[in-house]
Ligand binder design. Structure first.
Ligand code: URA
Length: 201
């Protein structure tokens, strides 16, 4: 009951209060090992919201998502479709860093979900891009592989926002051969943002 009350309260929070709540959140045990909650960064009126997995060590320290090497690659990926980091909104499924960067647990994802839903309500993006298998599976509540999830439009959240899935930039740093496929995913985002026909395979 207390959980339901807390969820309803989060669903009504204005932007700054929401950010403060995430910063000091203790809704799951992850707060015990993190430096701070990591809310998100970018344009709070963005047309595109990017959702990663969870903050890593650097993000935990600096309080901003995707600021490490993977973040630099993400910035380049965005630039490839004509978008600056500041023009989109970037956040994660989990707002607190899991110890040793382990995968998020279902109870942690459930505890964090009201924050993401409220961010979605307030930013109200036209499109969502899920970064990597873990983010995609947790958002879409599926165990399907990234290979199955890529290449289609899905729907997510309170507004059934169209969602596309691509590779996590950290994976692309290890497997640069897949950068071309990630670029194809981004082309679909670019076309839809511009209301163009989808790119040909
Ligand atoms: N990986 C993620 O999924 N999110 C971050 O913020 C950083 C790395």
């Amino acid at each position: 009951m207390a959980q339901e009350h807390a969820k309803a309260e989060i669903a009504d929070l204005p932007w700054e209060a929401l950010r403060e709540r995430v910063l000091h959140c203790e809704r799951c045990a992850l707060h015990q090992g993190r430096a701070q909650g990591v809310f998100g960064v970018g344009n709070p009126r963005a047309q595109l919201m990017l959702v990663g997995e969870a903050p890593g060590a650097e993000e935990d320290r600096r309080g901003e998502p995707f600021v490490g090497r993977a973040g630099k690659l993400l910035d380049e990926m965005l630039r490839a479709i004509g978008l600056a980091r500041e023009s989109v909104y970037i956040t994660n499924v989990l707002k607190s860093r899991p110890p040793n960067n382990r995968d998020p647990r279902p109870d942690e994802v459930a505890a964090c979900e009201p924050y993401l839903w409220r961010q979605l309500e307030l930013v109200s993006p036209r499109l969502i891009l899920a970064l990597g298998r873990i983010a995609a599976q947790n958002l879409l509540k599926t165990t399907q592989s990234l290979g199955r999830l890529r290449g289609d439009w899905h729907c997510y959240g309170p507004r059934s926002t169209p969602l596309r899935v691509t590779y996590h930039p950290a994976y692309l740093l290890r497997s640069p051969a897949d950068k071309f496929k990630a670029w194809q995913d981004l082309e679909h985002i670019r076309a839809r943002l511009r209301d163009e026909d989808p790119p040909r395979p």
